[in-house]
Design a protein around this ligand. Structure first.
Ligand SMILES: *Cc1c(COP(=O)(O)O)cnc(C)c1O
Length: 409
C-alpha cells in the first residue's frame, strides 16, 4: 500500500476546547483582539524557545545572528534583538529597523548585491559591518571612508566553490550574483589592502532551507576549510567568520524537523582546529526561517463555501497577496500544501476541501484538496509555518485588497 505522506503534526501551538491557542489565548479571541482578518500572528514564547533550542545545541563559541529578511516586523526584530548576538540586514530599510532595536552597530551586518553608494554611506556612518559583494563595492567603501572620515568595517562575502546539497534555495556555488568568487578573493584582499582598507573577515553562505543534517555538516566543514585557505591570502587576522546557516523547517508532507544535535557535535569537534588556525576569529551562524518560521501563523476567515462539480471550496478573505509562499508561488517548482488547519474547530469531522483566496486567479490557493475539519462561513483558516517569508515576501498590492496586519503575541 502506498500511504500518502502527511504533514508533521503541528504541536507547537496548543489546542484547548477544540481551538488553537496562539500567544496563550484562543485564536477566536485573538481574532477579536486584532479586529479584522486576515492577519499574521507571531508567538513570543515560541521565538524564545527556538533561540534557546539553537543555543542548547551549538557550541557557545559560535554566535547566533538573525537574518532579518525572513521577518522584518519591527516588534519581532526588537524582541529577537534581545535574544541573539547579531542581526544581518539586506537593505538600508532593514538597517534602520535593526539600529532602532539598540543592537550595537558592530553586531549588525549588511549583505546583499548591488548596494548603492547612498546605502554604503549610511552603513559606514552607522558603524555597521558591510559585507562587500563585488570589486565595485570595495572601491566605493574605500572612497566613502575617505570622504566621511570613518574607517569602514569590511567583510568579504565569498561565493564558495561548493554548495549546500539538497537545499531548497541555492545561494552559493557556481556562477552567482552573491559574493566574490572564492578564486577571486585573494585579488580582492590585495585590492582592499592597496586601498587602505582592513578586512575583518569572511562571510560564506552556501544555501538555505536544508533539512539534512549531513549536508549542513559537510557544507560547514568545507566552509571552515575555505576560510582557512582564504586566511592565507589575508593581510589582517580573520576576526569575523560568518559560516552561513541554511537550517530548514518542515513545510510539506513527508518532511521532518532538522536534528541539530549532530550539527552541533560536528562543529564542536572542528572548533579546536579553527581556534588554532584562526585564533582571532569570532564564528557566527545566521538563521532566518529556522528562528521565526514556525512561530508564526497566517489567519484568514472563511467567507464562502461552495461546491463545484463535487469539489468543496472554502473561499477565504486571505490568500496569495498576503502569503505568496503558501500559495506555492515563491520559488517552489511543484506546488505542495503548507500545513493548514481550521483553528476554531480543530477536532471536527473531516472532509476534503480546497482553500482559496479572493483573487481572480487560479494561483490563489492556500490548500489544494486537503483533509480538513468541516468548516463554515466565519471559521478561521490557519496556515502554519508562516513566520518567515510571509507578509514581507508577498505582493500585497495585487488586486487592491486590504493589507494584513501583524501582531506579536
Ligand atoms: C536570506 C539569507 C539568509 C537566511 O536564510 P534562511 O533560509 O531564512 O535561514 C541567511 N544568509 C543570507 C546571506 C541570506 O541572504
Amino acid at each position: 500500500m502506498n500511504a500518502k505522506p502527511v504533514h508533521a503534526a503541528q504541536t507547537l501551538f496548543p489546542v484547548a476546547d477544540d481551538c488553537l491557542q496562539v500567544g496563550g489565548m484562543p485564536l477566536t479571541r485573538l481574532a477579536q483582539r486584532v479586529g479584522s482578518t486576515p492577519f499574521y500572528a507571531y508567538d513570543r514564547r515560541l521565538l524564545g524557545e527556538r533561540v534557546a533550542h539553537v543555543r542548547a545545541h551549538l557550541p557557545p563559541a559560535v554566535e547566533l545572528h538573525f537574518s532579518m529578511k525572513a521577518n522584518p516586523m519591527p516588534a519581532l526584530v526588537q524582541h529577537l534583538a534581545g535574544l541573539v548576538d547579531g542581526i544581518d540586514v539586506a537593505s538600508a530599510g532593514e538597517m534602520k529597523v535593526a539600529l532602532d532595536t539598540g543592537m550595537e552597530p558592530g553586531r549588525i551586518s549588511f549583505a546583499g548585491p548591488g548596494k548603492s553608494d547612498a546605502e554604503l554611506v549610511r552603513a559606514v556612518a552607522a558603524g555597521i559591518v558591510v559585507h562587500a559583494e563585488s570589486e565595485r563595492e570595495i572601491r566605493a567603501l574605500a572612497r566613502i571612508g575617505n570622504e566621511i572620515g570613518i574607517a569602514p568595517l569590511l567583510v568579504l562575502r565569498v561565493n564558495p566553490d561548493f554548495e549546500l546539497k539538497g537545499s531548497g534555495m541555492r545561494m552559493g556555488g557556481g556562477a552567482k550574483q552573491f559574493g566574490i568568487d572564492a578564486e577571486e578573493a585573494p585579488r580582492m584582499l590585495a585590492l582592499a589592502f592597496e586601498l587602505g582598507l582592513s578586512v575583518l573577515g569572511f562571510h560564506i553562505f552556501s544555501g538555505s532551507q536544508s533539512l539534512k543534517a549531513d549536508a549542513i555538516i559537510e557544507a560547514q566543514a568545507q566552509t571552515l576549510l575555505l576560510a582557512e585557505r582564504l586566511a592565507g591570502a589575508a593581510r589582517d587576522p580573520v576576526r569575523i567568520l560568518n559560516i552561513g546557516g541554511g537550517f530548514g523547517i518542515p513545510y510539506f508532507p513527508g518532511e521532518a524537523a532538522l536534528d541539530l544535535a549532530p550539527i552541533g557535535a560536528a562543529l564542536d569537534a572542528a572548533l579546536p582546529r579553527v581556534k588554532a588556525s584562526l585564533p582571532d576569529a569570532q564564528l557566527s551562524i545566521e538563521l532566518g526561517r529556522y528562528l521565526v518560521g514556525e512561530a508564526g501563523v497566517y489567519v484568514a476567515r472563511v467567507v464562502d463555501r461552495k461546491v463545484s462539480r463535487g469539489q468543496v471550496f472554502l473561499v477565504t478573505d486571505g490568500g496569495l497577496h498576503h502569503h505568496l509562499a503558501a500559495s506555492g508561488n515563491f520559488g517552489q517548482v511543484i506546488r505542495k500544501n503548507y500545513p493548514v488547519a481550521i483553528g476554531n474547530r480543530m477536532g471536527a469531522p473531516r472532509e476534503t476541501v480546497s482553500v482559496v483566496g479572493p483573487l481572480c486567479t487560479p494561483l490563489d490557493l492556500l490548500a489544494e484538496r486537503m483533509e480538513l475539519p468541516q468548516a463554515e462561513v466565519g471559521d478561521l483558516v490557519v496556515v502554519f509555518q508562516s513566520g518567515a517569508y510571509g507578509r514581507s515576501a508577498s505582493p500585497q498590492g495585487f488586486l487592491s485588497h486590504p493589507d494584513a496586519p501583524e501582531v506579536l503575541v
